[in-house]
Design a protein around this ligand. Sequence first.
Ligand code: PMP
Length: 439
Amino acid sequence: PLSRARSHHFFNRGRKIFPSGVTRVTVERQPVPVYIARGEGAYVLDVDGNRFLDLNNNFTTLIHGHGFLPVADAVADLLHRGTCFSNPTEHEIDLAELLAERIPAIEHVRFVNSGTEAVMFAIKAARAFTGRTGIVRVEGAYHGAYDWAEAGQASSPTRWGDGSRPNAIPAYRGTPPSVADDVAVIRFNDVEGIERRMADVGARTACVLIDPMPSRAGLIEPKADFLQALQAAAHKHGVLLVADEVLNLRQSYRGASARYGLEPDLIACGKIIGGGFPVGAVGGRANVMSVFANDKGKPLLPQGGTFSANPVSMVAGRVAMEAMTEEAFHGLERLGDNVRSGLQNAIDRTGAPFSVSGAASLFRIHPKKQAPSDYRSGYPTQAENDINTALSDYFLHRGILLPNGAAACLSTAMTAYDADAVVTTFSDFLSTPAAQEFE
Ligand code: PMP
């Protein structure tokens, strides 16, 4: 059995000072969160001495796993020379040039501190550029905590509304109703749904916000004609296309939009481009990004931020990204292909009611026989939620941290041995009584 005495101890302390005992809803876990003492490559060690293969990597951030030496060395070097200044540094230019060289959507870029902030500034930039207020977004996709990026997180199926016209639901009590008035929701991969929605709201819409493979909406591959229709509708109605690649930039050397043939006007990045430190970036076409510029006097959209472009994140991000060569992306994708096909083989062998989705270094296991096609069809029943929890608990007891109902990811620190461990553990899970009773 897993020893958790010290995690219990820390949770008892945490409960006295933090609502829910922790400072991020995403780290909650029953009966206690796993408190980490240190990370080593693909593994983490918890405070009770348990060692886990980490399939979470701080929510897909750590593309090289933990304690990646080139980043650690570069940052250690920097720490003695100052970590933030009220002046620009060379480091921000280095990372910006690297991103612009690789990612077709980026001509100009601004750095911020999180994915939430990157999406927020992308939306604000689209609004400033078009002079319109509306947002069109995909049902169930997660885009961080900016009010307009959140509205549409339907937490209860009874409030989803008609599938051809999903409700925009304010994310929390007390959200100004006007937020929902400015948000229109479409369903992922619903090709006809786009023009139907845009015919209503196109003229007052600033941007369509699209994550090419939204993890919380199922981590499902986009249909080519869906993305084409989105792009065509955006052009037709004078609406900007904003790609949220905070998570999915890790899909390829040039990012996710490039992989799927999408040509966004603006792109929001985060996670991997900070090398394990807080970061966000909003980039895009130079003429759209000019809303941040002072060429004609005061910028349409002033953007600052005390820690924006801080040297630690910039250096760590540049070093981590430089190590992500095209070969490194290909290697990671092959490992991902092996994991996904291994999981699928285990399902096919047993006929278990599960399916697998994802691409590149990302995968998700669904307790659904039929792979979901969007957020609604992937939405778990109570029994499916319970089996998801049983699955991630089983993995935990076998020494693997598997995110529950979210994107699992690989890192360059992982080996074929680690990939085998994931597949074997899942295969063994399918023969447990809990899995056998689940139909
Ligand atoms: N957009 C997407 C697609 C994300 O996955 C996330 C974070 N998981 C965010 C935005 C928000 O990023 P952050 O947590 O850095 O604010």
